[in-house]
Design a protein around this ligand. Structure first.
Ligand code: 26V
Length: 780
């Protein structure tokens, strides 16, 4: 005790908890034996964040641990702070996977995660002189006490090499020779659900290692240490780092290897386990569901075919039926630059057998097209896997899975009518919607204990296990006392938050101002720039009319930009430059403030949602597949200011139009403008003097000493015709923003709307989403 550091105490506490969990973990695994169908969620990303505090809450141990540590003179919070935030994801897609694991465990579904144990997570963001600077996230540096290495369950994954074909009567037998073997070693992390006798599910992450640790002994003995080590490091590179959502990935051999690595390791282990328990291979799809999170694991299609044919000896048609029935796929984006494709030559040489199977899948698919849809060239171009020298992964996924779902109603409709229009003709029954959800236990109960406490006092604790119960809050809409509690919880959260910001950045925030918040990855379509132009306009008006009647507002931003994404990084710099200007201008800084919080991650997110009054969800309609931050804000009582995009449409349907503030073009209008090429941003700019003024201020020395720094943004709006309709939506945005802040003057009305949002947020729990997946797709 005398010599231990906070890290030692943290680690010891985790070991103690794991010891305790082992009983439940073993029991859960036993229950999940072969009689029950297993679900495997394959994802390149699991953005799980920190686990300790959340698991203590789920296990009902927070109080006793606090007390026990107190007796030892240790503060629990200090240990919680020691844990590294596991940032094994970029954003929404990775966090969704983490929330889904949480809900599967809670609902006692045998659902396991399968992914990569990256040595480096998503980079840490620092802000230096207003610019984003990326720092590597060496999160495993001191070890990760939650994981358990399972070397006895390692799998060999084969890359490159040659195929030798042998004929056994009418069967072709493929021998993969001269391949480069990589050892995939699993590390298991317990997924601990909420409740008395909790289930413990497993997140399995694979690390890459050299098969033979006695690397190149000959070189080593000759003193060529670097050469001896190079093979080893080349192999370990596979699980070295998570790629940030950057420029297109095509051509990046390492990323292709990552994708096959965790697919082959995961499926190999699944088939092995299934057979060990005596399952007949013909019944595989009745006992196993494999879900692929976007197309990153789409090589599950050819890999499962390979296992069933080459290793299990099944014929093509039998293997194909099992494969399609086992696999299901979620699409998470319609952005053309984000749809994965791999150069055929690269895939052929990196994964020769996999490529051959893809070629055969493609050949048979084309054959079907010719017989069923003769002469329909457009349909063919739209759906075949191999085209223009590339392997189109989304097409592979649609053909090889029995279910394809979008992540919000609007998104699914656009999936069917645009990107996968052709497939919707061929396989109309495959397509379905599963609107995203988030863990309300993590993002409300855990993140916002003061609000959660008031809710429980008012309607009892059942909402924790059945979020639909939040509906009962509607009965309190006119209960002045309860509305006052809501306001009190929010106020206290804001005071604590302002204290933390002051301590860290020395910046004074006014907790009684309106907190207007936009936190998410930086991307042109998410339109942080539109938000900035709105704030600049407000600034201009305040400078002109210093006595303008307005309620004080604090604008908060956070989020990372991909390292190579120049536009997005420029928007971050713009926000910081504007913050400097506004926060230091005594004429306005009592009324408005701007803050950029660095390094947005799960831990920071949990602190931000509970302090929000306004939730900014302002993407160009049709571009944001769903959004999940929108749901997290909503359950914490923030009121949405947004476009009708993604799941925000369903939030509006749930709360009613009097409890949300919607502006801007609708998806169909955006799509129509695009199809007709009918939008002219210059006209918008010319027609609106207030808009013209803020756009000009990007380049006219309004920001001193910034030279041409923001020219790229100005050009995107005017020279490149404003791809994301920022100028078009500006007017309705500033008007709607003024309306929403006007409402804040009447606390009672405001909190009544906030209450309606909390009360209707139950359907956005990942429990609901997982129940839908389990029933309609996985059949568990
Ligand atoms: C990928 C890439 C790859 C390279 C080019 C830039 C770029 C930009 C975006 C993406 C998105 C990848 C998929 C994704 O993260 N989608 C998000 O999934 C969330 C969970 O379903 C959903 O809430 C978000 O709306 C959606 O953007």
């Amino acid at each position: 005790m005398e010599e231990g550091t906070a890290w030692d105490f943290y680690k010891t506490l985790v070991y103690l908890l794991k010891d305790r969990l082992n009983v439940g973990w073993a029991r859960t695994n036993k229950q999940y034996k072969y009689e029950r169908k297993q679900v495997y969620y394959f994802s390149m990303e699991f953005l799980i964040g920190k686990l300790l505090a959340y698991y203590l809450m789920n296990l009902g141990l927070t109080e006793i641990v606090t007390e026990g540590l107190g007796e030892l003179g240790i503060n629990l919070q200090d240990l919680i702070d020691e844990e590294r935030d596991a940032g094994l994801g970029n954003g929404g897609l990775g966090r969704l996977a983490a929330c889904f694991l949480d809900s599967m465990a809670y609902l006692q579904i045998p659902g396991h995660g399968n992914g990569i144990r990256y040595k480096y997570g998503l980079f840490e963001q620092k802000i230096e002189q207003g610019f984003q600077v990326e720092v590597p996230d060496h999160w495993l540096k001191n070890g990760y006490p939650w994981e358990i290495r399972k070397p006895d369950k390692a799998v060999i994954v084969k890359f490159k090499g040659h195929l030798r074909v042998e004929y056994d009567r009418d069967r072709m037998i493929f021998h993969h020779e001269n391949y480069e073997p990589v050892l995939a070693v699993p590390y298991d992390i317990p997924i601990v659900a909420y409740g008395n006798s909790p289930n413990v599910n497993t997140l399995r992450l694979w690390g890459a290692e050299a098969v033979n640790e006695e690397f190149d002994l000959a070189s080593f003995n000759q003193g060529e240490f670097a050469k001896a080590l190079s093979n080893k490091s080349e192999i370990e590179a596979i699980s070295y780092i998570l790629y940030p959502q950057d420029t297109t990935l095509a051509g990046q051999e390492l990323r292709l290897k990552q994708e096959y690595f965790f697919v082959a390791a995961g499926l190999g282990a699944i088939v092995r386990r299934y057979k060990k328990q005596g399952g007949p291979i013909e019944c595989f799809s009745q006992k196993v569901s494999v879900h692929i999170n976007d197309t990153h694991p789409a090589m599950c299609v050819p890999e499962l075919m390979r296992l069933l044919m080459d290793e299990e000896g099944l014929a093509w048609d039998d293997a194909w039926n099992i494969t399609v029935n086992t696999l299901s796929y979620t699409n998470h984006t319609l952005l053309p630059e984000a749809l994965e494709k791999w150069p055929i030559d690269l895939m052929k040489c990196t994964l020769p057998r996999i490529y051959l199977i893809i070629e055969e899948i493609n050949r048979r698919f084309e054959e079907m097209l010719v017989s069923k849809y003769p002469g329909e060239q457009k349909l063919k171009d739209n759906t075949i896997i191999l085209r223009d020298g590339y392997v189109h992964m989304a097409n592979l996924a649609v053909i090889g899975c029995h279910s394809v779902n979008g992540v919000a109603k609007l998104h699914t409709e656009i999936v069917k009518s645009q990107v996968f229009q052709g497939f919707n003709v061929i396989y109309p029954d495959k397509f379905n919607n599963k609107t995203n959800g988030v863990s309300h236990r993590r993002f409300l109960l855990h993140a916002n204990p003061s609000l959660a406490g008031f809710i429980t006092e008012a309607i009892g604790p059942k909402w924790i296990e059945d979020p639909g119960e939040l509906h009962k809050l509607l009965e309190l809409q006119n209960d002045a006392v309860f509305l006052h509690y809501l306001s009190k919880a929010k106020k206290q959260n804001k005071i604590n938050f302002a204290g933390a910001v002051k301590a860290k950045f020395g910046l004074e925030l006014d907790p009684s101002s309106i907190f207007d918040i936009q936190v998410k990855r930086f991307h042109a379509y998410k339109r942080q720039l539109l938000n900035v132009l709105k704030i600049m306009d407000l600034y201009n008006r305040l400078k002109e009319q210093p006595r303008l009647a307005m309620f004080p507002q604090t604008f908060v931003f956070a989020g990372k930009a991909a390292p190579g994404y120049y536009y997005a990084k420029t928007v971050i710099k713009l926000i910081n430059t504007l913050a400097q200007k506004i926060n230091n201008d005594p004429e306005v800084n009592q009324l408005i403030k701007v803050v950029f919080l660095e390094n947005f991650n799960v831990t920071l997110a949990e602190k931000i949602y509970p302090v929000a009054d306004i939730s900014e969800q302002i993407s160009t309609a049709s571009k944001e597949a769903s959004g999940t931050g929108n749901m997290k804000f909503m359950m914490n009582g923030a009121i949405t200011l947004g476009t009708l995009d993604g799941a925000t449409v369903e939030i509006r349907d749930a709360v009613g139009k009097e409890n949300i503030f919607i502006f801007g073009l609708k998806a169909e209008q955006v799509i129509d403008y695009q199809n007709r090429g009918a939008y002219n941003s210059w006209e918008e700019y010319q027609a609106n003097p207030r808009l013209k003024r803020v756009v000009d201020q990007l380049i006219n020395n309004f920001f001193k000493d910034c030279g041409n720094e923001f020219r790229v943004l100005y050009d995107s709006l005017l020279t490149h015709n404003d791809e994301f309709f920022i100028l078009k939506d500006f007017n309705s945005y500033v008007e709607t923003a003024a309306q929403i802040t006007g409402i804040y003057l009447d606390e009672q009305i405001w909190h009544k709307k906030a209450l309606a949002n909390i009360a209707q947020s139950g359907i956005f729990s990942s429990d609901r989403a997982i129940r839908e997946y389990a029933g309609a797709i996985w059949q568990v």
